[in-house]
Structures are given as C-alpha cells and as structure tokens.
Write a protein that binds this ligand. Structure first.
Ligand SMILES: Cc1cc2nc3c(=O)[nH]c(=O)nc-3n(C[C@H](O)[C@H](O)[C@H](O)COP(=O)(O)OP(=O)(O)OC[C@H]3O[C@@H](n4cnc5c(N)ncnc54)[C@H](O)[C@@H]3O)c2cc1C
Length: 315
C-alpha cells in the first residue's frame, strides 16, 4: 500500500512508508524463534539496507482490526487519539531479509514468555495466533526515497576491532550485521538465548568469533554481562584515546535509572574499537556502565540500545 493523504492523487515518497502485507509463511526456527515471511505487491520497493535496519510491525486493533487505521502523514498521532481498543499495536523489529524481486520480507520474531494476558503485548498476541494469509502493516524503508532512510545503528569504522552483543531480540540484527560485515572484519559477537536449542546457523567473517550463551533458566544478562565484560577488558579501549576523552559524558551513565536506553551515535569517529550492544534495557545499562565508565570507551565508539524493558510494554 502506498499510504496517501486524501487530497493526494500521486504518492509522496517518504523515507519510511506503510506497506500492506499478508503472511506468506511461518517457520519455527527453534523453540524461541519464528520466521515470518510477509508478501505484498508493494514490497518490490521495500529498501534492502541490511545491517540492523529497524522497522515497525503494525498489528490489528482488538476491536476493529485495521478499519480505523489512519494512513495520512500524521498517522501516528491520529492512531494514538483513537479509543484504546481501536488502536493498532505498533512494535519495533529488525528486517531479517528482503527479496524485492519476489515482494517478500522476513522477520524473526521471539516467542517470549508471558505469565498472564496482561503481560502479553500486541506482538506476542498476534504471533501466537498468526496464520498464513493474515494481513498486517509494515512501516519500513521505501527504496524510492533517494536519501538515507535512517534506522541503522551499526556504524563500525573500517578496520576497528568489533564487539557485538545482544539477547534473543537482537539475534536477528546480529545475524544480519554479521552477514553484511566485510570479510576482513575482526572481533567477537555474543548472543544470549533462552536455551541451547535456540542456537542458529549464522554466516560470519572468519575472524569474528561467534559465542552463543544459552540462559537455560538463568536471569536475563546473567551469561551475557560477564562474558561481554571480559571480552571488553581484553580490548583495552583506553589505548585508542586518552582516559579523559573516554570518560566524557560519564555523568549520564546510571545503571539503575528506570528508563529506556538508546545511545547510538550516527557518525562514529575513526577508532581502534567499536561496540554494539542491544538487549533488555537493564542488561544494556549494566554493560554500558562497565564498558564506558570502567573501561573508558568513548561515547562515540559505542551503540548501547535497550530493545525491550522487562515488565514494561514498549511502543
Ligand atoms: C530496534 C529494535 C529491534 C528489534 N528487533 C526485534 C526482532 O527482530 N525480533 C524480536 O523478536 N524482537 C525485536 N525487538 C524487540 C521487540 O520490539 C520487543 O520484544 C517488543 O516489546 C515485543 O512486543 P510485545 O507486544 O510482545 O510486548 P510489549 O507489549 O512490548 O510488552 C508486554 C510485556 O512483555 C514483555 N516483553 C517484551 N518483549 C519481551 C521479550 N523479548 N522477552 C520477555 N518479555 C518481553 C515486556 O517486558 C512486558 O512486560 C526489537 C526492538 C527494537 C527496539
């Protein structure tokens, strides 16, 4: 679908646009991951930017599906002005693969736990019932837009030693980043997943070591935080800059505050090391504290992103 304002006769190209899609296939990759393949006529112009390209899935409203879904340029504020039961759910996901010639997009969705219906957000509710032929909307990058789309947060400088880490929600982004890295890339990637059966086949450059960390019932971050902190210590960030520069902005580092964290510098300076971390917010905060405060990674050399918040719905 090319979303149009009522008065428009021709479509205005924007960096991100709404795409009307249906579920073509559902593939259970492991106990915690389902690959959803969407198809749609307009997906022929869904941009294939790779890396950790984020986009939105828009789920049907409980009371009326997509009947009240606004499509004007101000769709988001109009959506939020609707009564709650008429609002479509909006959640952020990572593009796992784009096949423009077939009009297809893949997304790997985590079947996360929910102890009650209250803990079950629109994405999980939809995924549990999803079937081939279901309609939803994507808000994704439009290939007809000639500028940068935005929504990519991995910006490692060429030649830098890289440290990538995340939990299962970041596994699709990490998989896509590893596939897109130059073959000369070097470093480590850590992925914490619920259980050993969630370890997936990934393509990575030979000098990037991929370490899977099955939680097997431990708390989020219990495996990831010590492993990533140890790897970070071995990288010795201070050598790339002096300690004072590395400590810049550390007053902002607070591992306990109860807010989402999103620190993803767009223009990364040339550096010896680069860090990309995405996971549950508390876990990311703990790692940011260690890596930036204790080890002195300069702010511009690291992306620290809360992909979800334990106990909070996140739109
Ligand atoms: C940039 C970005 C990219 C992302 N990419 C992906 C992706 O490719 N695949 C993917 O599966 N997720 C991805 N996520 C995470 C996804 O957006 C969240 O998990 C989302 O909150 C799920 O929505 P929901 O409707 O199920 O739950 P919400 O309505 O957001 O939350 C309801 C409850 O579920 C809990 N919850 C939410 N997610 C999880 C979880 N993973 N584990 C345990 N409890 C959870 C919340 O804490 C809350 O208590 C990404 C997030 C961001 C910001």
């Amino acid at each position: 679908m090319a979303a149009q304002t009522e008065e428009q006769t021709e479509h205005t190209v924007r960096p991100f646009d709404l795409f009307q899609v249906t579920v073509k296939a559902l593939q259970r990759l492991s106990p915690s991951f389902i690959r959803v393949t969407f198809e749609g006529d307009d997906l022929g112009h869904f941009a294939d930017n790779g890396y950790d390209q984020r986009f939105k899935l828009i789920f049907p409203a409980p009371a009326c599906g997509f009947d009240k879904m606004p499509t004007s340029e101000r769709w988001y504020s109009e959506l939020r002005a609707l009564p709650e039961a008429e609002q479509c759910g909006v959640r952020t996901y990572t593009v796992r693969a784009v096949r423009r010639h077939l009009g297809e997009v893949d997304v790997d969705m985590v079947v996360h736990e929910a102890h009650s219906e209250d803990e079950c957000g629109p994405a999980l509710r939809w995924l549990r019932e999803a079937a081939v032929g279901d309609r939803i909307l994507l808000l994704g990058p439009d290939a007809r837009w000639e500028g940068a789309h935005g929504g990519i947060d991995f910006h490692a400088p060429e030649g830098a030693e890289i440290l990538i880490a995340g939990d299962e929600t970041a596994a699709p982004a990490i998989a896509a980043i590893l596939e897109d890295l130059p073959i000369t890339a070097r470093g480590k990637a850590f992925i914490e997943v619920p259980e050993a059966a969630d370890v997936l086949e990934l393509d990575a450059p030979v000098d990037v070591e991929v370490v899977w960390l099955p939680r097997e019932g431990a708390a989020w971050g219990d495996k990831l935080v010590p492993a990533v902190a140890e790897a970070a210590r071995a990288m010795d960030f201070a050598k790339q800059d002096d300690r004072a520069a590395g400590a810049a902005g550390l007053d902002e580092v607070d591992p306990v505050e109860d807010e989402m964290i999103w620190e993803a510098p767009e223009a990364v300076a040339a550096a010896d090391a680069y860090v990309w971390i995405a996971a549950e917010t508390g876990v990311v905060k703990a790692l940011r504290f260690t890596i930036r405060k204790e080890l002195g990674l300069p702010k511009e050399s690291g992306a620290f992103m809360g992909y979800w918040r334990n106990g909070k719905a996140w739109d």
